[in-house]
Write a protein that binds this ligand. Structure first.
Ligand code: FNR
Length: 369
């Protein structure tokens, strides 16, 4: 079993044709002064497309709602200047043979005090769960909710208009959509709070509005996670049955692909099976899935003792990943930090040049290389 037989098989996901299974995971980089993606950002994504990445999912880019952005120098996804910048990113990626989707983002109650636009933050409901140095806000009014739903739909329509190949909705990691999903933050007693089905209502409204805005043939990816940045051990679903009940309404509302965010791809999601989260989601919903989490980190960079058994024994190893990809446990594999360290990660792995890959170091975030 080789990478060519597994990760580098082309795939058609509805209208989305990908040359291989490698996806660039969305990663906030804060290199867009004035919230406009500039030439540096264009070149950064172009390099990943030239390096053989099948599908790029951009850093989270915030929608047109007063409280959507939580960090400075994050690109916006509205306004003529930001969208013109994004159009140049799209064109550069396409010219290099790649495909690209923006990750549409609203941070909700997770934001640094003082970051634009300042003032009160519509969030989910006061929760006390934000991290130190971050603030929680007031419970969203129906007007806040309607405005946010409409802003996601406008952003999706704009993405399609300027040539993106798909969109991803950021429903993970404890940001706004996830603040509704998670009972650790959703304390509402109206129709948007209660059991997980009720807490999904906000996401369902967004997905339906996005689907209506882009039509039936434009791919909609939905990223979700059990873990929250406020609590790595948080869980939305304890059993496969709960997971299915949670996801089927999202699929029926218009999600084409689930991006199942985990921190380690090899970890079994539920007892009694070694399927990871993306494996379970694919099995339960029948939808294509993206796996993610420490691909290309750790064991791949440990010195090999010269035996194949050594690498196969490491849970983070490429062999473990290839084995899972070969049995179609999931469809696509997102790579984050390893792709920051190696813009040509996909081509290097395809050629079998694992030894020449650079190890990721945190200092690499200090430049946009
Ligand atoms: C991230 N991650 C992330 N996730 C997301 O959905 N939207 C985002 O904007 C970001 N931003 C971000 C920035 C940086 C610097 C890192 C390292 C990560 C999470 C990311 O998409 C991915 O899930 C994790 O990094 C795990 O994948 P790797 O890095 O282990 O391959």
């Amino acid at each position: 079993m080789t990478a060519s037989d597994t990760l580098f098989r082309p795939i058609d996901l509805g209208p989305l044709h990908l040359e291989n299974r490698i996806v660039m995971a969305p990663m906030t980089r804060t290199y867009s002064p004035g919230n406009v993606p500039n030439q540096q950002v264009i070149d950064y994504y172009r390099r990943r497309a030239e390096g053989g990445t099948g599908l790029i999912i951009t850093e989270g880019t915030f929608i047109d709602h007063p409280a959507a952005s939580g960090y400075p120098n994050v690109p916006a996804f509205y306004g003529d200047a930001a969208l013109a910048g994004w159009k140049k990113v799209v064109d550069a990626v396409h010219a290099a043979g790649g495909k690209i989707a923006p990750q549409l983002w609203h941070v909700g109650a997770i934001r640094r005090p003082g970051v634009m636009p300042g003032g009160d933050t519509p969030g989910h409901s006061p929760s006390g769960m934000a991290r130190p140095g971050k603030v929680t806000g007031h419970a969203m009014t129906q007007q806040d909710i309607d405005d946010t739903v409409a802003a996601f739909a406008r952003a999706a329509a704009d993405a399609k208009r300027i040539g993106f190949d798909a969109i991803e909705l950021h429903g993970a990691h404890g940001y706004l959509i996830d603040q509704f999903f998670w009972d650790g933050t959703n304390q509402r007693d109206d129709a948007y709070g209660g059991d997980l089905a009720a807490r999904s209502r906000f996401a369902l409204e967004i997905i339906r509005a996005v689907r209506a805005a882009v039509g039936p043939d434009f791919p909609v990816i939905f990223r979700f996670s059990q873990w929250k940045q406020q609590d790595y051990s948080a869980r939305l679903c304890e059993t496969p049955e709960e997971l299915k009940a949670f996801l089927m309404p999202l699929a029926e509302a218009g999600v084409d692909i689930f991006h199942c965010s985990t921190r380690r791809f090899w970890e079994p999601e539920f007892d009694g099976s070694d399927l990871n989260l993306a494996g379970w989601v694919k099995k339960l919903t029948g939808k294509p899935t993206i796996t993610v989490g420490s691909v290309g980190l750790n064991a791949d960079f440990l010195p090999d003792d010269g035996t194949a058994d050594f690498r196969a024994a490491q849970p983070a190893s490429i062999d473990n990943l290839l084995e899972r990809a070969a049995r179609d446990e999931f469809d696509l594999v997102a790579v984050g930090r390893a792709l920051i360290a190696n813009p040509d990660w996909a081509n290097q792995v395809k050629e079998g040049h694992l030894d020449s890959l650079k190890a990721y170091e945190k200092d690499m975030l200090k430049t946009l290389a």
